[in-house]
Write a protein that binds this ligand. Structure first.
Ligand SMILES: Nc1ncnc2c1ncn2[C@@H]1O[C@H](COP(=O)(O)OP(=O)(O)OP(=O)(O)O)[C@@H](O)[C@H]1O
Ligand code: SF4
Ligand SMILES: [Mg+2]
Length: 329
């Protein structure tokens, strides 16, 4: 059994404008020690999915099973224990660090909540500080004394404090300078090798998650449109939206990046308040056919653990794909 199983999870937000279906019938699995990348444009429901798995927002429907236990409706001590097994790190570690607390207090906070003694907390904090590559005197210093990359290391140390089996990383490097991103990603990979922790790695940028992920999940407007082994998807995307995301992945020349994005991914993400009929990608899809406007494609299983929700068989168009990809890249 997988370490984490998400089964037909739905999350709806009630707003003054109506019901937002932020996560709509999403199922996924995470095995011990692996990294699954979760990608999609801003607003497609990635953070909501992560928070619903963590029980930080309530699920409207579906189940989250962690280590064999259904945690979807746990409360009190049971929920507290589940949260020890699973942690989350965010894009902006500064926002989650109390500026008046020294780093040692911030990293040790989950330990003190869990009832550890002061002596044990001090020892574990020192160990964590070394593990994430912060200077030895970091415990007594304050958040403003650190760079963005170092603050993310603090966030990672805190998430690791109780030796979780799963960490949900929500855009952990998106706010960092490009030069620091690789260091933080290397740290996450190194920690995974040492501790066996599994990551659900969320990013709007396919190029960030592609090489750290064993598998990828692509979301569009609250639903999974494609999933499979990372290298398979990178080499041969099966969904036109994945193809468009690949095309939108950053390239060195910003002018070229802008023009590519425009040609490949046209139009805005439709409102989740009023999702389109049929395939939710149809208004922006270069391969759209008549039935795409009325008939929603189901997520169908292909060979090799691949799944795709599309009426058009992109993989069966060996002549079409290289042309589409080279136009895209
Ligand atoms: N608390 C909330 N109340 C109402 N609507 C919300 C709330 N949080 C998110 N939404 C809406 O739910 C949808 C999914 O948002 P979410 O933040 O999960 O997307 P995301 O993929 O993480 O985007 P980003 O890349 O910008 O972080 C969006 O339409 C968003 O406006
Ligand atoms: S189902 Fe149709 S509109 Fe949707 S992605 Fe496939 S080809 Fe495009
Ligand atoms: Mg988000």
């Amino acid at each position: 059994m997988a370490l984490l199983s998400v089964l037909s999870l739905c999350v709806q937000y009630q707003t003054a404008q109506g019901t937002v279906r932020a996560v709509d019938d999403v199922s996924l699995e995470l095995e011990a020690g692996e990294t699954v990348g979760l990608v999609g444009e801003s607003g497609c429901g990635k953070s909501t999915l992560g928070k619903a798995i963590m029980r930080l927002v309530p699920a409207t429907d579906g189940k989250v099973v962690l280590d064999g236990e259904d945690i979807t409706r746990l409360e009190g001590a049971g929920l507290k224990a589940a949260r020890r097994t699973m942690q989350m790190i965010f894009q902006d570690p500064y926002g989650s660090l109390n500026p008046r607390h020294d780093i040692g207090t911030s990293i040790g906070q989950p330990l003190s909540v869990a009832g550890w003694s002061r002596h044990d907390i001090r020892e574990r904090v020192a160990e964590l500080i070394a593990q994430v590559g912060l200077p030895a005197d970091a415990a007594r210093r304050y958040p403003h004394e650190f760079s963005g990359g170092q603050r993310q290391r603090v966030g990672i140390a805190r998430a690791l404090a109780l030796r979780p089996k799963v960490i949900i990383c929500d855009e952990p490097v998106s706010a960092l300078d490009v030069s620091v991103r690789a260091q933080v990603i290397n740290l996450l990979q190194d920690l995974q090798e040492r501790t066996g922790v599994a990551y659900l790695f969320i990013s709007h940028d396919l190029s960030v998650v592609e090489h750290v992920s064993d598998r990828l999940i692509v979301m569009y407007l609250g639903r999974i449109v494609e999933s499979g082994r990372s290298e398979d998807i990178w080499q041969q995307p099966a969904h036109p939206y994945t193809l468009a995301l690949l095309a939108a992945a950053p390239v060195a020349d910003p002018k070229l990046a802008r023009s590519r994005r425009k040609t490949v991914l046209q139009g805005e993400l439709p409102s989740p308040l009023n999702p389109p009929q049929g395939c939710s990608f149809h208004a922006r899809c270069p391969m759209a056919q008549e039935r795409c406007r009325t008939e929603r494609p189901m997520l169908g299983q292909l060979s090799g653990g691949r799944a795709v929700a599309c009426h058009y068989d992109l993989l069966a168009q060996p002549a079409e794909l290289p042309r589409a990809l080279s136009a895209a890249r």
